[in-house]
Design a protein around this ligand. Structure first.
Ligand code: TXA
Ligand code: MG
Length: 300
């Protein structure tokens, strides 16, 4: 794929939607405050929500970090490129708007050939949140991005469907003990195999430490119930094991389920039902990220 146009637009400070292995991102030059500003405007995202900065290598990550602790190095070596974001103390090159004024920056090297090639072609890191309007479902195809934000971006790079389907795990390694801020497809257990037991998240007040932790997030428009729906109205089920008439059957493994989740919720939204009811996923470690997203989607 020829990425020279996308790279040129990014160099000029424009927004370009890009595929990653998790979800599509709304990208801008992370070192250009005016370009990053456009991301917040296009998404309607509060300025208190810091962005993820995408890099093409551990070297680029280190050049943006004021401090690169052993836990960051170990996790990056084990899981990059891949769906893991590391929060570290930032250098001044990262403008404050990208981090919502926080002294830390979230860094991730995506495992998508197009995203990596584009960062390389640009020569600078790309700030990119998920390419959806604030609180809505993250896009897993280029078509989703065009529908929701098509008129607000200079270009949408089509890389097909995102294989992982839910957002990266976010781990802060900026404090004494690594903390999981947002679960992802790389399970807590696999992260702990590398850095030992993860600490508990403690809110420090001030700027929003992790907007992915907003209770309501990742929501379809139709009210979603985890478990039994209300008795009234007409609805549709998303099930795994217990078949329901007219419902949609989901894969029985967590990985397959995550890959289909957002796309399926979008499809269900289009049916204009009164509710979506979801058969609760198993209470097992590998389902933590799917449970997290569904719990947030069920918040009202
Ligand atoms: O998979 C992904 O992570 C996707 C793709 C595009 O890479 N991006 C994504 O970005 O989901 P976004 O903006 O929707 O989520 C950013 C997450 C939030 O949970 C936010 O709290 C956390 O990263 N985050 C960013 N900077 C942070 C910081 N300095 N400290 C703590 N958390 C931070
Ligand atoms: Mg998001």
């Amino acid at each position: 794929m020829d990425l020279s146009l996308a790279a040129m637009l990014l160099r000029r400070g424009e927004l370009v939607a890009i595929p990653t292995e998790t979800v599509y991102g709304l990208a801008a030059n992370a070192l250009d405050a005016a370009a990053v500003e456009k991301i917040f405007a296009a998404k309607g995202r509060p300025r208190t929500s810091p962005l993820i900065v995408h890099v093409d290598s551990i070297g680029m990550a280190r050049s943006l970090a004021a401090d690169w602790p052993p836990a960051a190095e170990a996790l990056a070596r084990r899981f990059w490129p891949g769906p893991l974001t590391l929060v570290v103390r930032k250098r001044a090159a990262i403008p404050d708007i990208a981090t919502a004024g926080l002294p830390t920056v979230a860094l991730r090297m995506p495992a998508h050939p197009i995203a990596l090639e584009l960062i390389r072609a640009c020569g600078f890191p790309l700030a990119a949140p998920s390419a959806n309007p604030f609180t809505e479902l993250s896009p897993t195809t280029a078509e989703h991005v065009r529908q929701a934000l098509g008129d607000r971006v200079a270009m949408v790079v089509d890389g097909g469907a995102c294989p992982v389907g839910i957002e990266s795990a976010v781990v802060s390694v900026a404090g004494a003990t690594p903390v999981l801020l947002r679960p992802g497809s790389i399970s807590r257990e696999r992260i702990e195999e590398v850095v030992g037991p993860l600490g508990e998240f403690v809110s420090t007040g001030g700027a929003d430490p992790s907007p992915g932790m907003h209770r309501r997030h990742y929501s379809p428009r139709t009210p979603l119930y985890l478990g039994d729906p209300p008795p009234e109205g007409r609805g549709v089920w998303l099930y795994r094991e217990r078949a329901r008439e007219g419902g949609i059957r989901m894969p029985s493994d967590a990985e397959g389920y995550a890959a289909r989740l957002y796309e399926t919720l979008r499809e269900l939204d289009l049916r204009g039902a009164d509710w979506i009811a979801v058969e609760p996923p198993p209470d097992e470690p590998e389902w933590e990220a799917v449970r997290d997203r569904l719990t947030r989607a069920a918040e009202r």
